[in-house]
Unconditional design. Structure first.
Length: 303
């Protein structure tokens, strides 16, 4: 497990992490709710004879499968059940809706787990055809990948232990140990001097949550939509502070130069927002962890 610390005391945290892992710590799965809650599975009409002049899509049509990058450790969003190896959650449903409009049924989708820190490289190398995984659209990333959306807007928030009343918001983090994910926008934000936080970065959100439960860090920061999923799994141990301090508009990521694919995916998102597949999927997944439904604004931006 990789763990990087931005402050000098990194070695101490690493040593603690090793101890906690050896003892099992607080973070074992015993007593947890089923990860990701009840599994929602939408079914979407698959478009026939799709003719799109997109290099990425042409390759996928030839292979008769489409490769989609997703997350695997975000309950209610993108979650891979270790027992069944099946993926579920809101982002997985978005991925399926898009695939259907591009002419691919659910069993023609190959899901690939791609963590935040390697999204841009994986997409630009063509190792996935598109990516749906709590992926914030921003100008920096647009230099490397294309985006369709936003299909949802989250905000960075804080996950803390239930009995911790001291952390009331991002302004109460001075000297606190805060865990976040390499390559994510909330990590960039929380590293700003003004918060005074002692940041720890790892590759997977589930590791941050483990450290929080094992008291090696005081808070986890990332999007509220993600944190609410973790809190819903362990309501007696964790809570979300509820003071979002950034805007995180989620997009479907894809090859930067394939404008035809980008337009087709934008259209697919609009189609499923209009026919209510989107709302049904939302209520069957993210809605269950306490995120309120807000209809995305359409038409979506095109560029
Ligand atoms: N939405 C944020 C980002 O794209 C955080 C969640 C994530 O790492 O996927 O960086």
């Amino acid at each position: 497990m990789r763990m990087r610390k931005t402050a000098a005391a990194g070695a101490v945290v690493l040593a603690l992490a090793a101890t906690a892992t050896a003892c099992g710590g607080e973070s074992g799965t015993a007593g947890d709710k089923p990860a990701g809650g009840e599994v929602y599975k939408g079914s979407y009409t698959v478009a026939k004879d799709v003719k799109v002049n997109s290099p990425v899509l042409k390759k996928a049509q030839k292979a008769k499968k489409i490769v989609v990058g997703v997350k695997a450790d975000q309950p209610f969003l993108g979650f891979k059940d270790p027992a069944t190896t099946k993926y579920s959650g809101f982002d997985i449903e978005i991925a399926k809706m898009v695939a259907a409009d591009l002419g691919f049924s659910e069993n023609q989708i190959e899901f690939k787990t791609i963590d935040s820190n390697v999204r841009e490289t994986t997409i630009s190398k063509g190792q996935v055809d598109y990516y749906v995984g709590t992926y914030t659209i921003n100008e920096e990333r647009k230099k490397q990948v294309g985006f369709a959306g936003p299909y949802y807007t989250a905000g960075a928030d804080l996950l803390v232990r239930k009995d911790d009343k001291a952390i009331t918001g991002p302004d109460a983090l001075k000297g606190k140990k805060v865990c976040s994910i390499t390559g994510s926008t909330p990590l960039q934000e929380i590293k700003k001097k003004r918060y005074g936080a002692d940041t720890t970065e790892v590759g997977k959100y589930s590791d941050c949550v483990k450290y929080l439960l094992d008291k090696q860090v005081d808070a986890v920061t990332t999007d509220d939509a993600i944190l609410k999923g973790y809190a819903a799994q362990r309501p007696s141990k964790l809570r979300v502070v509820g003071k979002p301090f950034t805007k995180e508009p989620y997009g479907v990521g894809m090859n930067k130069d394939d404008k035809t694919l980008r337009d087709a995916i934008t259209k697919a998102l609009e189609h499923h927002i209009a026919n209510k597949d989107y709302q049904k999927a939302y209520e069957g997944t993210l809605g269950k962890s306490g995120s309120k439904y807000v209809a995305p604004e359409t038409p979506l931006p095109r560029y």
